[in-house]
Every structure is written in C-alpha cells, then in structure tokens.
Design a binder for this molecule. Structure first.
Ligand code: FPP
Length: 253
C-alpha cells in the first residue's frame, strides 16, 4: 500500500525547524571522496547513489515535497568516456532497480534535461519510470540528467517563439508564468534551498531561473557522506535565514 507523504510531519524532536517545500542539490565531491580513500572515482559515484537514496528517505520523513538533484550536467560529457558510461549506467540502474521502492514510497520521478545524446534503451527506461510513477502523490523527485540551465532557458525560449510564430501566443502575453511553464521543472515550485556539497561555491549552470531567490547553502562534506546529521545541519542553517524576496522582511531597519 502506498503512503501519502503529504501527511508526514517532521519527527517531533525537530518540530522547531522550518521545512522547505523544495530542496535542490548539487551532489558534488564523489571523486574527492573516493580519492581520499584510495578508491577509483566510480566508487564515489556508487556511494553517491546511496546518498541520494538517503536524501529521498529523509525528504519523505521530514515532509519535503520536492527534491531536484543534479546528477549529470550537459558539460559532464567532457569527462573520460568510461566515467560517462558508468554514470549513465548508474542512472539506468537507479531508475530500473529502485522502481519498486520508489513506487512503495509513493515518489513521483521526473528526469529533467535533454534526451539528445542518450541511447534508445536509456530513453525507454526513463520514460517508463516517469509513466509508472506519474500518478504517485508523494514526494516529487526531479533528477537533472544531461541538464544545463542555459540549455533549459534556450529550449523554453524556442518553444515560446514557436507558439508566437504559430499565432497562438501574442508577444505581449508572454509573462514570467509563461516562461516558468515552459521550463523542465514546470509544476514544481522554485527551490527554497540550493545546496552544494564539497566546499565548492558555484551554481554551475543549475536552475538559473528557478534559483532567483533560493537560499544558497554550501557545506564542506562530500556528497557520499551526506546523512541525517548533514540534512539537519542544512535545515538549521535554512531555519535561521530571513527570506525577503527583494522586500524588507518583517524587521525593516
Ligand atoms: C560530482 O562529483 C558528481 C557527479 C558529476 C555525478 C553525480 C552522480 C551521482 C551522485 C550518482 C549518479 C546518480 C544518478 C541517479 C545517476 P565529482 O565527480 O565532480 O566529484 P569531484 O568534484 O570530487 O571530482
């Protein structure tokens, strides 16, 4: 039987924390995690998938409604061919072998990014997991794969231009909502937090539009070390931030 994660409250001992509706994560530092342990980089990616599963479980337990994770950027094709194939294989295994647990946990999965360059079999598995989880009503998991923020905005501009050229949309009727609806993430609210692990402090072409007012949180831990203690630390930092969205907030001085 499915569990409706919408009714899950944060564990009582953490009742004072603000729970963001949407957390986006740049899962960085897999290679460094592996190197520090004398392992090959790909072992870091395998541990990275385990950390992703921990994040999904934590999101469900604490009542986060949307997660967007950066698992492969359009620029990552520049890595050695073996590493690229390995990460493609991990996505394949993540969506194929975790399907049962994602269904059990009522998770709705969407793979965001361009399908260009992905082989037929991988596209089929992606479409399959999206179709099978489409009616799940719990946590929304957006996996950014072969994703780049500039490419996403370019695709959105192209689709809006096509509607204008076809005469179904007037230029004056193009609003911020029109753009947001044309993005890969349509249907998810903008992220409250963009978290990056491993000490790097960059956005790296991730959610350029959606992150306009996200709280940026950078932590030193490498992604494979992400666990509940790290998650709580991030929620603590977020809970202490005052979000003003360009206004003056509740204490204008
Ligand atoms: C960044 O670490 C990580 C990546 C580019 C890949 C992220 C992939 C995963 C977490 C596993 C894949 C998950 C799915 C669902 C496909 P890095 O390699 O840049 O590490 P480094 O900066 O220490 O070298």
């Amino acid at each position: 039987m499915s569990v409706d994660t919408a009714i899950v409250a944060p564990p009582a001992e953490h009742a004072g924390l603000k729970i963001p509706a949407h957390i986006a994560v740049i899962m960085d530092g897999n290679g460094r995690w592996a190197k520090a342990r004398g392992k090959v980089r790909t072992e870091g990616h395998v541990e990275g998938v385990k950390a992703l599963r921990r994040l999904v479980d934590l999101g469900i337990r604490y009542g986060v409604k949307h997660l967007t994770v950066f698992s492969f950027s359009s620029e990552n094709w520049r890595r050695p061919r073996e590493e690229v194939s390995f990460i493609l294989g991990l996505l394949f295994r993540f969506v194929a072998s975790d399907l049962a647990s994602l269904m059990r946990d009522n998770v709705r999965v969407r793979i965001i990014g361009t399908r260009d360059g992905l082989d037929e079999e991988l596209r089929r598995v992606i479409s399959d997991v999206e179709r099978r989880t489409a009616t799940n009503s719990g946590l929304q998991l957006n996996v950014a794969f072969n994703y780049g923020g500039k490419a996403e905005l370019t695709d959105a501009a192209r689709s809006i231009a096509a509607r204008v050229a076809a005469g179904t949309l007037l230029p004056d009727d193009v609003t911020e909502d029109t753009v947001a609806a044309a993005l890969y993430t349509h249907g998810s609210p903008d992220p409250d937090i963009i978290l990056r692990t491993s000490g790097e402090q960059r956005i790296s072409n991730f959610l350029l539009w959606q992150g306009a007012y996200s709280e940026l949180i950078f932590i030193e831990e490498n992604w494979p070390d992400f666990d509940e203690a790290t998650f709580l630390k991030v929620l603590d930092v977020y809970s202490a931030r005052q979000r003003r969205f360009g206004g003056l907030g509740s204490d204008p001085r």
